[in-house]
Design a protein around this ligand. Structure first.
Ligand code: ADP
Length: 266
């Protein structure tokens, strides 16, 4: 059982990944594919005259402000990517089944109903935020689909206790799924070769991190890479024996990641 997450960054061609999934699926591997979508949501937001807005927390951490309209744009953008992935996999003869974490209570989450931001040097509270953190997986639903031979393709949304849709982080969502499904590995595919000692030097790859030492590597990660390491830590805590951060832009990205090409956290 493998959980694979592919980023939504611009310029990623999903063809090699889909072909590689087809090979592993034919060899009997059970796979759940999770995808991102923030880049598509940013682009769609611009086209719909609702460009992304980024806010800074008092800690200095920058995040996207997801008001209701942004959430709806995120739903549209991730739905499109979900259907495109399902279409590509279907073209290879695979029984891909597109879902989001919202469907059938697949991912239950907690809404961050207020966020504290710093604007013009002053702190403010924002209340209309639709992001959250998933905490529970509807494992029987996924097991039923996997047992029936389907290949679930999951968009990063969750449902709150009040039935609201939430935008969740796809890396952390994939980590939660990997733990719940007892996956042998979580593979996080992105647009870099793995965790780099220097973001500007693709040859400065960290190839192996013992799970117990993951914390020490956090200072190397900036921006979105922080969420990947957090997801990796959560997957390990959830019982996943190995997490691989690897390049999604090359041929056979999944098989190569499983052979250890990338950053292996175990
Ligand atoms: P995805 O859409 O695949 O989830 P992101 O763009 O969100 O990917 O995150 C990957 C990005 O993280 C890289 O493109 C890189 O710019 C950034 N990054 C920050 N720190 C590091 C690091 N130490 N090593 C590698 N990438 C890093």
């Amino acid at each position: 059982m493998l959980v694979v997450k592919i980023g939504g960054a611009a310029g990623i061609d999903y063809t090699p990944l889909c072909a590689n999934i087809a090979e592993l699926h034919a060899a009997g591997e059970r796979i759940v594919l999770v995808h991102g979508g923030s880049d598509g949501a940013n682009q769609l937001g611009m086209r719909l005259d609702h460009p992304p807005r980024f806010v800074s927390a008092p800690s200095g951490h920058v995040s996207r402000y997801t008001d209701r309209q942004t959430l709806e744009i995120f739903m549209m953008a991730t739905a499109l990517l979900n259907r495109q992935l399902v279409e590509q996999l279907a073209g290879l003869g695979l029984p891909a089944l597109g879902l989001s974490g919202l469907d059938g209570g697949l991912l239950r989450g907690r809404r961050k109903d207020t966020i504290r931001i710093v604007e013009d040097g002053r702190q403010r509270i924002l209340r209309d935020d639709w992001t959250g953190t998933a905490h529970t997986v509807n494992t029987p639903l996924l097991t039923t689909l996997l047992d029936a031979g389907y290949l679930p393709v999951i968009a990063p949304l969750a449902v709150s206790a009040h039935g609201e849709a939430l935008n969740i982080d796809a890396d952390r969502g994939a980590a939660l799924l990997a733990g719940a499904l007892g996956a042998a590995a979580l593979v996080l595919l992105t647009n870099v070769p793995g965790l780099l000692r220097d973001v500007y030097d693709p040859t400065a790859l960290i190839t192996h991190i013992p799970a117990a030492e993951l914390e020490q590597f956090q200072p190397l990660a900036h921006g979105r890479m922080k969420k990947k390491l957090l997801g990796a830590a959560e997957a390990i805590q959830g019982g996943v024996p190995q997490v691989v951060l690897a390049d999604g832009r090359r041929q056979q990205p999944l098989s190569r990641a499983l052979r250890g090409e990338g950053t292996v956290i175990a």
